[in-house]
Write a protein that binds this ligand. Structure first.
Ligand code: HEC
Length: 119
């Protein structure tokens, strides 16, 4: 929701009510599903995903160095979703859209590895 989308007539009470509903939904749904339900998938931190998944190749020179190259985030996301030659593609079940968006931004703004990425 952007600021521009909020109508001028919106009162604070309405905003609070809306937030209340959102909170109730986000807490209520897993609670209703019962204790046997899967825990809600957490969004993993970009550095964790990079170290565990991408770094397997991209920090070992199996793949090209990605850090510190100012690669466009859209390009990183696209490559991760579709794969490229020896690089496998990653599905949403492996890396969610939210995780991939954060990961792509993190890689795009990263600094070059100190030793050229050998660890
Ligand atoms: C199994 C090894 C492997 C893994 C894991 C892997 N990659 Fe790759 N990646 C490669 C290889 C090899 C290439 C070079 C492909 C080519 O151009 O032939 C590549 C290329 C790329 C490129 C293009 C780089 C350029 O210079 O244009 C991007 C972006 C990329 N990978 C992102 C990722 C991300 C993000 C992840 C983690 C989600 C990841 N890769 C995981 C092997 C891997």
């Amino acid at each position: 929701m952007t600021g521009a989308a909020v109508k001028r007539g919106t009162t604070m009470a309405n905003v609070k009510k809306a937030i209340g509903v959102m909170v109730a939904l986000s807490i209520g749904v897993p609670a209703l599903a019962g204790p046997a339900a899967q825990p809600v998938a957490k969004v993993r931190a970009p550095e964790v995903i990079f170290a565990k998944v991408c770094g397997y190749c991209h920090s070992t020179r199996v793949g090209p160095v990605l850090l510190g190259r100012n690669l466009p985030p859209e390009y990183i996301e696209m490559t991760a979703r579709s794969g490229r030659n020896a690089m496998p593609s990653f599905r949403q079940s492996e890396i969610s859209n939210a995780e991939l968006a954060g990961l792509a931004r993190w890689i795009a703004h990263s600094r070059p590895p100190v030793d050229g990425g050998s660890h």
